[in-house]
Design a protein around this ligand. Sequence first.
Ligand code: MG
Length: 258
Amino acid sequence: MYTYRTLTAGLLALTFAGLGMTTLVKEWKSGMVWPEPEVITPGDSNAPPSDAIVLFDGSNLDAWKGGEKWKIEDGYAISQGGGIATKEKFGDIQLHLEWASPEKVTSRGQGRGNSGVYFMGQYEVQILDSYENETYFDGQAGSIYKQSPPMVNACRPPGEWQTYDIMWTAPRFEEDGSVKSPAVITVIHNGVVVQNNYELQGTTHWHKPPGYVKHAETGPISLQFHGNPVRFRNIWVRNIQPIVGEMPVEETETVTEN
Ligand code: MG
């Protein structure tokens, strides 16, 4: 759809200075009718925006099943005694969380600051102290466990707070259980993209290859306990969905012949 504007009415014109020529340019508009994007208030310094669901603000783990097992101290939660999972279930989301591996290094490889954040309870983004710590690359911090290493190692030293900002698109399944579209993930570790629209091969495991088994459209977010006291703080999530517009149907004249 094109609209025309005149030279004198806030027009867009290209002037070919050297030639002294002026050419009118037509503005292009898609014609789509969009709903107005909702106004929200963004948070400062990683604080949750106004439309976020806060999963942990430093005070309690009431939003989590198993949260009573973890210790809360000075505004952060320390993993111990088993994993925890959100009571609420999610589909496509943006997740923010902050974690810190133990300051005192007592082990190596996968035994150093190991935890993990699972989407829909079964797809793990690895949490690990990967600072000057050798391990298999698709098991480093920011990896999709045993599927995709992080593109770079953006890990901070042990004990320092680190951020994950993760965009998760849930997999879709056909009626017969086959995959309609795989899960897609983007992971930003300490402000650095380490997974960019990665299409998952399926669920993540230590003992077997990835694979998909049809599941519900939503599932919990869970945090792993892997024997190490990993600290967490400032965890929030937003449900995300594309904004949908529509193209108006053009009215056509009906001519009736008598
Ligand atoms: Mg792990």
